[in-house]
Design a binder for this molecule. Structure first.
Ligand code: GLA
Length: 408
């Protein structure tokens, strides 16, 4: 319905006159959703990182309830995304049904929408998803219509079995041809989603293959995974972060690099690691999809996930992803340009202890800054003035995150 509202009466008049005009009007209808979707990196929750195959209708409703009760919704977390393992079997007409964990997807979508939230779902261009459930191969248009009918607002489309099913079968020895097949599969689902007329955020998940950041926007991708899967371990998180350096120029409003969903609150991550992980995702303009057990979230984890100052860095309207300005010893310094000329600086100690780079002397000169810089330490909430060559003691895997509103 929102798409219809976007079209001017003139478009309707023209469309009724000639076939060409009808085609143009259709093209405008097709373009509208992706123009407005994901103007800032999507925020919400996804079932996979904590619940994996255990996700069910109740768990999703609980997550929606908790997004509201914890204040996460007010902080911007809007999408409630069901990942893999909701799918049942196709009937004789090819219509996909849910499995017994999800008795009524439309009712679930209505429930999530009634909370002012949006519902996301997951599929694969292959015959099977990564967990071996029914994929969309050969049923793309049918599945897109099914999602739209349910009221789905977000699709994560995960390559999985498309590799053996199609790429390796149709082009066994030609890697370039395999990549073209992959790209075509993502374009096919984009077309199917747009044909529904419903704005659906389109999340590409193919682990960064074939420099996806270069072509994802052309197949309608609002976000695209840049790496393999995250795990709740500092080493994995830090490896992923290191792989993001150099990708900044590909991100912009409507189109985001996705270093994978958050592990904040999962596994044995320390508070420092959770803080550093969240800070870095904000610096990277990454989607903020919490992946933890919301009904049992500890207050200190909630405090991290709802830190408005850090979220404001992530959601900054300029949409310019941060870059790693320099590294010294085991410390990395990231900067991110923000709207209105502001600047965010993240100093991350990747070392295991605070003695690994001790103390760390921050060079403002290397950041192109001159003289003392007045800002805010976004984790203490205190004012801070950064001076060139100032020494910092940072705990192992901890972060100093500062916003400077008027850098000099
Ligand atoms: C892949 C994806 C994960 C998750 C699982 C589900 O591994 O990268 O994010 O969706 O599949 O099976």
């Amino acid at each position: 319905m929102r798409i219809v509202a976007l079209l001017s009466p003139a478009v309707f008049a023209l469309a009724s006159l000639t076939t060409i005009a009808q085609t143009q009007a259709a093209a405008q209808t097709l373009q509208a959703p992706s123009q407005t979707a994901a103007q800032t990196p999507p925020m919400g929750w996804n079932s996979w990182n904590y619940f994996a195959e255990k996700v069910d209708d109740k768990g999703v409703r609980d997550a929606a309830d908790q997004l509201v009760a914890t204040g996460m919704k007010d902080a911007g977390y809007i999408y409630v995304n069901i990942d893999d393992t909701w799918q049942g079997q196709r009937d004789a007409s090819g219509v996909l049904h849910t499995n017994t964990k999800f008795p009524d997807m439309k009712a679930l979508a209505d429930y999530v929408h009634s909370k002012g939230l949006k519902l996301g779902i997951y599929s694969s261009p292959g015959s099977k998803t990564c967990a071996g459930y029914e994929g969309s191969l050969g049923h793309e248009a049918q599945d897109a219509q099914l999602y739209a009918g349910w009221g789905i607002d977000y699709l994560k489309y995960d390559l999985c079995s498309f590799t053996p099913d199609v790429m390796e079968k149709q082009a066994p020895t030609d890697k370039a041809a395999q990549m073209r097949l992959m790209e075509a599969a993502y374009a096919k689902m984009d077309k199917a989603l747009k044909a529904t007329g419903r704005p659906i955020v389109y999340s590409l998940c193919q682990y960064g293959w074939d420099a996806v950041w270069g072509w994802a926007p052309s197949v309608g991708g609002n976000l695209w995974r840049t790496t393999g899967d995250i795990t709740p371990e500092w080493d994995r998180i830090y490896t992923i972060v290191s792989q993001q350096a150099g990708l900044g120029s590909y991100a912009r409003p409507g189109h985001w690099n996705d270093p994978d969903m958050l592990e904040v609150g999962n596994g044995k991550l320390t508070l420092a690691e959770n803080r550093a992980h969240f800070s870095l995702w904000a610096m990277l303009a990454a989607p903020l999809l919490a992946g933890n057990d919301l009904p049992n979230m500890k207050p200190e984890i909630k405090a991290i996930l709802t830190n408005r100052d850090v979220i404001a860095i992530d959601q900054d309207s300029l949409g310019q992803q941060g870059t790693r300005a320099y590294s010294e010893g085991e410390v990395d310094v990231w900067t991110r340009q923000l709207a209105g000329g502001a600047l965010a600086i993240a100093v991350v100690n990747a070392g295991d202890t605070r003695y690994s780079t001790h103390p760390f002397f921050l060079s403002l000169k290397k950041l192109g800054l001159h003289g003392p810089q007045a800002g805010k330490d976004l984790w203490t909430g205190n004012s801070i003035t950064l001076r060139d060559g100032q020494g910092f003691e940072l705990g192992g895997h901890d972060v100093l995150l500062v916003r400077i509103d008027a850098p000099k």
